[in-house]
Design a protein around this ligand. Structure first.
Ligand SMILES: [Zn+2]
Ligand SMILES: [Zn+2]
Length: 154
């Protein structure tokens, strides 16, 4: 079987693959008749260029520091809208809060069993993995999570 992965090599000069710019997200939201408030624009700015995998609570703390009064509900709603638009991905791990991933490049993750730190890893030749057992199933996406221990916890 073949898993298609998109190639964004052409924009490698940027080297950071983050969510699109606040300006682009603003027009995408407007195109979908979604409200664009100053609170949402602040979240667009925080996510653009974010290099971690924040939880909604962590983004809420960052946003509150700049705009006291922003609600956690607004943060959740904005993140969920971005996920359903394909501008952001969400990652779930058993027993911990959803992590939001502003890196929209094709990548995989290494997660520390001790502290939950999540780092981006790239897998060469991912599209030529030999997988068996797909009879009667159409795979649409796949990702690898390497479990282990980070340098701080090791
Ligand atoms: Zn760790
Ligand atoms: Zn990631």
């Amino acid at each position: 079987m073949l898993i298609r992965t998109s190639c964004r090599q052409e924009s490698f000069a940027d080297s950071i693959f983050s969510v699109r710019s606040p300006e682009v997200l603003t027009s995408e939201f407007r195109a979908r008749s979604l409200k664009v408030t100053p609170q949402r624009q602040l979240l667009f700015r925080l996510l653009h260029g974010h290099t971690g995998h924040p939880t909604a609570e962590a983004l809420y703390a960052e946003a509150s520091a700049q705009m006291p009064g922003i609600s956690l509900r607004t943060v959740y709603q904005t993140l969920n809208d971005l996920v359903s638009m394909g501008e952001l991905s969400s990652l779930q791990f058993a027993g911990s809060s959803t992590r939001f991933d502003p890196n929209v490049d094709d990548h995989h993750h290494a997660r520390c069993d001790e502290c939950g730190e999540l780092r981006d890893v790239y897998v060469d030749h991912f599209d030529s993995l030999l997988v068996s057992g797909f009879a009667g199933f159409t795979p649409e996406r796949a990702s690898i999570v390497f479990g282990g221990v980070c340098a701080d916890c090791g």
